[in-house]
Design a protein around this ligand. Structure first.
Ligand code: AP5
Ligand code: MG
Length: 213
């Protein structure tokens, strides 16, 4: 099962992708998480990506496509995966389609988690992420048991560098310009499914499970 999560920044792609990965025992592949791990490790890729991410811009396709194709070529991805944050541009989607076609394969579902812009800034300013394991919370909607402490590993929770309101507005603008066209792209391929991302996290997941079966 090969699944793509689409949706605006903060729509809940990561939240739902983690739950899908767990239920269906497939890897959760997030380009954002890969970049953040590289920033933390101070790698060359991380330093390059950070310049764009801090301004809410997309990391150039040349950098992004390669790391994604390398990741999905791993043994653990052979029976499927859930992609979160990739593709984000039409050229990225085309590269992915071609790479899969070469193996006689295709994407099975592109799930658009739909959330209006009005809800997004609030979601982002309340998001907290674990510095160690990357688990995410929301201070109001999905709070950790102890304030600022990760339920899963006990490490500190922080606000992501790119979740400042100015940066979020820029990410939203870029989403509408460059990523939203993917909705038409995957509709034409007959694999687009839309879920209402404003519902409670568990209800959004139930809707996704009813699509995936
Ligand atoms: P990335 O990490 O992918 O960020 P994003 O798309 O902006 O999305 P987010 O991770 O911010 O949101 P999400 O949809 O995962 O929401 P979440 O589940 O956390 O990318 C970061 C940057 O990396 C990009 O800006 C770009 O620079 C670069 N990049 C990455 N991939 C790239 C690519 N392919 N090409 C080029 N550049 C790339 O939820 C948000 C909050 O809401 C959380 O607090 C959560 O707890 C809460 N929440 C979730 N669901 C609900 C619900 N149903 N109700 C209430 N609250 C909820
Ligand atoms: Mg995410």
């Amino acid at each position: 099962m090969k699944i793509i999560m689409l949706g605006a920044p903060g729509a809940g792609k990561g939240t739902q992708a983690k739950m899908i990965a767990e239920k269906y025992s497939i890897p959760h592949v997030s380009t954002g998480d890969i970049f953040r791990a590289n920033i933390k490790g101070q790698t060359h890729l991380g330093m390059e990506a950070k310049k764009y991410m801090d301004e809410g811009k997309l990391v150039p396709d040349e950098l992004t496509v390669k790391i994604l194709l390398d990741r999905v070529a791993n043994e653990d991805c052979k029976d499927g995966y859930v992609l979160d944050g990739f593709p984000r541009t039409i050229p990225q989607a085309e590269v992915l389609t071609e790479a899969l076609e070469k193996m006689g394969d295709k994407i099975d579902y592109a799930i658009d988690v739909a959330v209006p812009d009005e809800n997004i800034v609030n979601r982002m300013s309340g998001r907290r992420a674990c510095v160690n394991c990357g688990a995410t919370y929301h201070i109001v909607h999905i709070p950790p048991k102890t304030e600022n402490i990760c339920d899963k590993c006990g490490s500190e929770l922080i606000l992501r560098d790119d979740d400042k309101p100015e940066t979020v507005l820029n990410r939203l603008k870029i989403y509408h310009e460059q990523t939203q066209p993917l909705i038409d792209y995957y509709t034409e391929k007959g694999v687009l499914k839309t879920v209402d991302g404003t519902k409670d996290m568990k209800d959004v997941f139930a809707d996704i499970v009813s699509i995936l079966g």
